[in-house]
Design a protein around this ligand. Structure first.
Ligand SMILES: [Zn+2]
Length: 348
């Protein structure tokens, strides 16, 4: 009997030593591997309470859910990237926007671009932000009145609203509905800013006839003429979420906008040639240790058994305040009985 107990003790001792060695190995691997590789390798979210940790460009996400690939008024694009994850508050806002845009703004539906990775964090390609599940790229191309195939979702390109090689909006592409879509998003209280190209901001400054109170939330930025970028404020309950500065109170149609056209977007003169050889800069990667400490837990915690358990159901649930919608015939439509995550905020 004694021998057997001693044997068991020895075994369990060995096991714990092995576990320590394993976790140390894991820890040192996490110390040396850029965070984008660690987070980019996760296929499913951390099953934890939904929280945004850190800042939009330096953080991670727990309890994320995926927007359904198809809803009545949206289609998620570039499915192979696996970046349709976000804080439930973000998924709720996108679904609400799709509905409002289609039913009130004459915008047939959203083509949804990148949100976040399943656990947020830095990405292997593109995007400095989109790390905490509160950023979404929405294409400025209206949804067609048919469902794209999976291949089309990879290959179809968004259409720029700018005239070719210019910084002004193309009147042949831009419609009033583009303006209504952008201003709809800016009008939501949970949205802190909407990033668009300065040419788009200028167009809105000059032509927007509706309520101009939220024009200050439409922020000019480089790029963003194929898509707009919606950013939510830190949601309630995300105590580790670092808020961004408030947007200025003024509409931003004066001097601030002029600066973009007179300085920022002016073609740059080529740099003077020097004979000095320049040292190639080593790229500085964000490491796990640069992120909030909660992100190590998020990275290493267990995931759900399947994606279906954490995917929003196309069309919302019966309890949503959405107007009744026609069911969508789609090869991507989810079965009627997809389990809905507990954190899903639509019931409130
Ligand atoms: Zn973006």
């Amino acid at each position: 009997m004694m021998v057997r107990i001693a044997h068991a003790k020895l075994l369990s001792g060995l096991l714990s030593v092995l576990m320590v060695v394993f976790s140390l190995g894991q820890a040192s691997a996490n110390d040396k591997t850029p965070a984008k590789q660690l987070f980019g390798g996760k296929r499913l979210p951390a099953v934890m309470p939904a929280q945004a940790h850190g800042f939009y460009s330096k953080g991670c996400l727990s309890g994320g859910i995926a927007i359904a690939t198809d809803g009545p008024y949206w289609q998620a694009m570039r499915l192979s990237r696996n970046r349709r994850w976000g804080h439930p508050a973000l998924i709720k806002t996108i679904e609400k926007l799709s509905n409002d845009a289609a039913l009130k703004d004459g915008w047939p539906g959203l083509l949804v671009g990148d949100l976040s990775q399943p656990r947020g964090g830095p990405m292997l390609t593109g995007h400095a932000s989109h790390q905490i599940g509160l950023d979404a790229d929405i294409w400025l191309t209206p949804m067609p009145n048919r469902r794209y195939s999976a291949d089309e979702r990879e290959a179809t390109s968004a259409i720029s609203v700018l005239k070719a090689k210019s910084v002004v909006v193309d009147p042949n592409v831009w419609t009033d509905a583009h303006g209504r879509l952008i201003m709809r998003a800016a009008g939501y209280p949970e949205v802190q800013r909407v990033l668009v190209h300065p040419g788009i901001k200028k167009k809105l400054c000059e032509t927007w006839k509706g309520n101009r109170r939220h024009l200050n939330k439409v922020r000019p930025y480089y790029g963003h003429h194929y898509h707009m970028h919606i950013r939510l404020r830190c949601p309630k309950g995300s105590r580790g979420c670092k808020a961004q500065n408030a947007v200025p109170a003024s509409a931003g149609c004066g001097k601030e906008l002029d600066w973009w056209f007179n300085v920022a977007l002016k073609p740059k003169k080529p740099p003077k040639k020097t004979t000095k050889p320049t040292k190639p800069k080593k790229p500085k990667h964000i490491m796990l240790s640069d992120l909030p400490t909660a992100c190590a837990v998020v990275l290493n915690s267990a995931g759900p058994a399947s994606e279906a358990a954490v995917t929003s159901r196309a069309g919302g649930s019966a309890q949503t305040a959405y107007a009744p919608v026609k069911p969508v015939q789609s090869p991507f439509a989810l079965p009627a009985l997809v389990p809905v995550p507990k954190e899903r905020p639509f019931v409130q």
